[in-house]
Design a protein around this ligand. Structure first.
Ligand code: CA
Length: 239
């Protein structure tokens, strides 16, 4: 764990649950911030910049989903780990990784131990994502990327990518094993350029696969999730 205690924001309107979460986090020396609705949460997020958010879906006023979406739209919080709390597990599946971009969820009632384990896992994941941002070289299995020189090598052989293809690959590599919607890719790789359509993204993915995948008709690294988007399967690089 980092030298300074990670800050966790708990957004929950039910005082008992909020206190339970707050107490257990504080016991483990996390710094805990609390909000009882979405508006308050957004204010605290802006002001105190927490390292992680525990977000209840059912909130008065602005819903958890709306808070989630607002966070993903802002560059400063687009990668902030979000752990959803929900009474309905079935509902959570729709939230995770889809257009809402939450990272994980806990179904109520949950055990404090489970909650702490999820929080730690998400913070670890965020830490390593940040580290890979500053790392100049990515290397795993046959894929090597030099972020400083924009060079990509497959099995030691340099391949040629356009700038957009490179940026797309970089974003995929930096967000592995995660469902990325076309909207997210549009936003993060194309900067929300309104002239870019979802089809443009598909075309770029297809070209990228042609260049880096062994068999682009049977891709192993960049997977299509029908009707949802794409996922970079990092573990497939080890095979
Ligand atoms: Ca609630």
């Amino acid at each position: 764990m980092a030298a300074t205690a990670p800050k966790v924001l708990v957004v929950e309107d039910e005082p008992d649950i909020r206190k339970l979460v707050q107490y257990n986090l504080a016991q483990e020396h996390f710094k805990v911030l609390e909000a009882e609705d979405g508006e308050q949460a957004l204010k605290i997020l802006k002001r105190d910049k927490p390292n992680l958010v525990i977000l209840d879906l059912m909130l008065p006023g602005l819903s958890g989903l709306e808070v989630c979406r607002a966070l993903r739209e802002q560059p400063e919080t687009s990668r902030l780990p979000i752990l959803i709390l929900t009474a309905k597990a079935a509902e959570a599946d729709k939230v995770i990784g889809l257009e809402m971009g939450a990272d994980d969820y806990l179904a109520k009632p949950f055990s404090p131990r489970e909650m702490l384990a999820r929080v730690r896992a998400l913070l670890r994941r965020a830490d390593s994502a940040e580290a890979s941002d500053t790392t100049k070289i990515y290397q795993r299995g046959p894929l090597k990327i030099d972020f400083a020189t924009y060079e990509v090598f497959i099995r030691g052989k340099a391949v040629k990518l356009t700038l957009k293809e490179f940026e797309l690959l970089r974003f995929l590599v930096q967000n592995p094993n995660r469902v990325l919607s076309r909207d997210q890719l549009l936003d993060r790789v194309w900067g929300g350029d309104t002239f870019v359509t979802p089809r443009t993204i598909d075309v770029h993915v297809r070209r990228l696969r042609k260049t880096i995948e062994a068999d682009d008709r049977n891709p192993k690294w960049i997977l299509t999730l029908r009707g949802v988007g794409y996922k970079f399967d990092e573990k497939a690089l080890d095979q």
